[in-house]
Ligand binder design. Structure first.
Ligand code: IVH
Length: 329
């Protein structure tokens, strides 16, 4: 039986690599037919030897039997929301405000990311394996929706441990326990399709993709969720008990690390060295975003350096080091 166990591990690794290439890198390395064949081989071995099934197996994404309710979870690090700005003047006002807290002419880089109109999720990985997926809730208490999160193909059930260099202490801690946050969303075509089905069934329509994603994430039957093509872009990671600057020095580096770990990171990001560049990014995406297959409602501007972020800190509700620059609806 050791040969079986080895084959099972080999199949999982091949399938994991293939789906990383497909869902995260958007550059497939395996024919669909080959993937299906390997998947079926794994499935049949797991049926024959149920004791070999693990929660991070690629076969574990199809949903489980319905639950009756979700349990509450407390976020050790709260999920903050963002202050809004509606034009470049308000962006400049924000910039002047945080600059009053630091020495004059402090150099800063800004990371621009698209603001995805979805739902924030907090994902916990222990020893490299996804153990919990929770909604943001009110920022402090959310809901445990792990069984639904597991069905999202672009969320790794297991981190890409092999590609991370396990040399530094920080990587070791990261592999022990890490929380990754990002936005779960429904592609626009799925949103439209769900609403068409609801209309036919005489049900009320979802107002926007964010509500549709929220409704899907809170489905009690994860088998339905598995059919919905929810997707996820990661944007931050935290190691409990460790300051963020020791994992990566900046937001830009954190995004690169997240991608290496196995997450889909939105490619339409930009590292800017001036507010003028930020304004240019904002203007560019105002029209260009209409060509994307998912809904965006603005740009999130973040100060790149984690050291500077730490100096600025938070108000009651918002980080002082970031702002959501929204588009007119
Ligand atoms: S950063 C403290 N980045 O927007 C950092 N949020 O209005 C807060 N959102 O609750 C989050 N895309 O659900 C961040 N690239 C992005 C985002 C993003 C969408 C959502 C997120 C957050 C809300 C704040």
């Amino acid at each position: 039986k050791p040969e079986v166990k080895q084959r099972v591990q080999e199949l999982r690794q091949l399938l994991q690599q293939a789906s990383y290439a497909y869902y995260v890198l958007d550059s497939p390395i395996m024919e669909d037919a080959v993937y299906d064949q390997l998947y079926r081989e794994l499935q049949s071995l797991e049926t024959q030897y149920p004791e070999l099934v693990t929660p991070d197996s690629p076969t574990q994404r199809v949903g489980e039997k319905p639950t009756t309710q979700f349990t509450s979870v407390r976020h050790n690090i709260p999920l903050y929301s963002l202050e809004n700005a509606f034009n470049i003047d308000e962006l400049q006002a924000w910039d002047q405000r945080w600059r009053r807290q630091v020495p004059p002419q402090t150099a800063a880089e800004y990371v621009c990311e698209l603001k995805i109109d979805g739902n924030a999720l907090a994902l916990t990985y222990e020893n490299g394996v996804l153990t919990r997926g929770a909604t943001r809730g009110d920022g402090v208490v959310g809901e445990d929706i792990t069984q639904n999160v597991r069905t999202i193909r672009s969320i790794p059930l297991r981190l890409n441990v092999e590609t991370l260099h396990v040399t530094s202490l920080h990587v070791t801690s990261l592999l022990e326990r890490v929380e990754v946050r990002g936005e779960a969303f429904l592609p626009l075509d799925v949103f439209k399709q769900i609403n068409e089905e609801r209309q036919k069934a005489g049900e009320s329509l979802f107002a926007n993709p964010r509500n549709a994603a929220a409704g899907t994430l809170r489905q009690l039957d994860s088998r339905i969720v598995a059919q919905r093509r929810l997707d996820f872009f990661a944007y931050t990671l935290h190691i409990p008990g460790m300051d963020d600057a020791s994992i990566a020095g900046s937001q830009w580096e954190a995004l690169a690390l997240l991608q290496k770990m196995g997450f889909r990171v939105n490619p339409n990001k930009r590292l800017c060295t001036s507010l003028a560049e930020v304004a240019q990014y904002y203007q560019y995406w105002d029209t260009e975003r209409l060509n994307l297959p998912y809904m965006t409602d603005g740009v999130v501007v973040k100060i790149n350096s984690f050291k500077l972020q730490e100096q600025l800190g938070f108000t009651q509700k918002f980080p002082r080091w970031a702002i959501a620059l929204k588009y007119a609806a």
